[in-house]
Design a protein around this ligand. Structure first.
Ligand SMILES: *[C@@H]1O[C@H](CO)[C@@H](O)[C@H](O)[C@H]1NC(C)=O
Ligand SMILES: *[C@@H]1O[C@H](CO)[C@@H](O)[C@H](O)[C@H]1NC(C)=O
Length: 270
C-alpha cells in the first residue's frame, strides 16, 4: 500500500517536473573543442573506410547521442537512469526527423530481455542513422534514499554490474569502431569494452578526464592516450582523451579476475 502511494506521488512529481522544465540542449554537452576532436577522428576514419559501415557505442546518453550519431551508420547508447530515459523520449519527440528506439531492459537468469520499448520512426526518409538506446538500470541503491546516501563515492562494479556487462552479453558478437564514455563507472566500462573494439585502432573517447584522477588507472593498465583536448574548464572536470588499447588481446578476463600489472586493484573497483 505504502509503495503504491509512494509510486503515485513519484509519478505526479515527474509529470509536474515535465511541465515546468525545458528540454536539455540538443548540442552535445562537451566543450566545442572536444566535440571537434571526436568528429575529426570519426570523419578521418570514414574517409579511409569508404564502403564499410561505421559503428559507435556510447555509455551515458544525452544530447551527445543525437549529435554524434549523425556521423556514423550505427549508434548504440547505454544509459542507467530510467528517469533520464524518459527525458530522452521527450528529446526524441523534438527531433522527429530521427529514428529513435529506446529499449527498457530487464535481466533474469537467462540474460537480458526487453521489458518495453519506445519507438519513433523517422517522418522524413533522410539518411541519418538510427539511434538505439538501451536503459539498463543499476543493480545497487535502486531506492532513491539509498542513492542520495551513496552519491559522492565512486561507482563500483557491484553497483553497475548489468550496465557494465550489458554489451558483452547482449552484443557479444558486435564490434565497435568508436566508443564514447560519458556515464557512470567509466573505468570499469572501459575495461569491459576492450573485447568489443573493432581491431587495435578502434578509438575510445573518455570525457571529464581532467580532474577525475581515479580514471587514470585505465591509462596505466589498459589503454594508451593517443590524443587529447584538456584545456576545458567545464564544471565536472571537462577534458577529453582519445585512447587505443595497449595491445590486441588485452581485456579477455572477467572484471573480477583482472591481473593488475601496475599496482593493486583500486578499492572502488569491485
Ligand atoms: C525543440 O527544441 C528547440 C531548441 O532546440 C526549441 O526551440 C523548440 O521549441 C523545441 N520544440 C518542441 C516541440 O519542444
Ligand atoms: C527471462 O525473461 C524472458 C522474457 O520475459 C522469458 O522469456 C524467460 O523465460 C525468462 N527466463 C527465466 C529463467 O526466468
Amino acid at each position: 500500500m505504502l509503495i503504491l502511494i509512494f509510486n503515485l506521488i513519484k509519478r505526479i512529481c515527474w509529470e509536474v517536473y515535465l511541465l515546468f522544465t525545458r528540454l536539455p540542449p540538443t548540442q552535445a554537452w562537451v566543450d566545442p573543442r572536444e566535440q571537434a576532436l571526436m568528429v575529426k577522428y570519426i570523419q578521418n576514419f570514414k574517409r579511409e573506410q569508404r564502403q564499410q559501415k561505421i559503428s559507435m557505442v556510447e555509455f551515458g546518453a544525452g544530447s551527445s547521442t543525437f549529435f554524434f550519431s549523425s556521423f556514423v551508420d550505427y549508434y548504440v547508447s547505454i544509459e542507467h537512469s530510467l528517469d533520464y530515459c524518459r527525458e530522452l523520449e521527450r528529446m526524441a519527440h523534438n527531433q522527429s526527423h530521427r529514428s529513435v528506439i529506446i529499449f527498457y531492459m530487464g535481466r533474469n537468469s537467462s540474460g537480458f530481455y526487453i521489458k518495453r520499448c519506445f519507438e519513433q520512426k523517422s517522418l522524413q526518409s533522410d539518411q541519418t542513422s538510427r539511434i538505439e538506446i538501451y536503459c539498463v538500470p543499476r543493480n545497487a541503491y535502486s531506492l532513491a534514499a539509498y542513492r542520495l546516501w551513496a552519491t559522492g563515492g565512486r561507482s563500483t562494479y557491484t553497483m553497475y554490474r548489468d550496465y557494465i556487462d550489458f554489451l558483452s552479453v547482449y552484443f557479444r558478437d558486435t564490434k565497435f569502431d568508436f566508443a564514447f564514455l560519458d556515464g557512470r563507472a567509466r573505468p570499469q566500462v572501459a575495461y569491459a569494452l576492450l573485447k568489443q573494439l573493432n581491431g587495435p585502432n578502434a578509438k575510445v573517447f573518455i570525457h571529464d578526464w581532467n580532474q577525475r584522477e581515479a580514471y587514470h588507472i585505465i591509462e596505466r593498465e589498459f589503454y594508451n592516450i593517443i590524443d587529447q583536448q584538456i584545456e576545458s574548464t567545464q564544471s565536472g572536470g571537462g577534458g577529453l582523451v582519445v585512447l587505443e588499447k595497449k595491445f590486441e588481446n588485452i581485456g579477455q578476463r572477467n572484471i573480477n579476475d583482472i591481473e593488475w600489472k601496475y599496482g593493486k586493484e583500486p578499492d572502488w573497483w569491485i
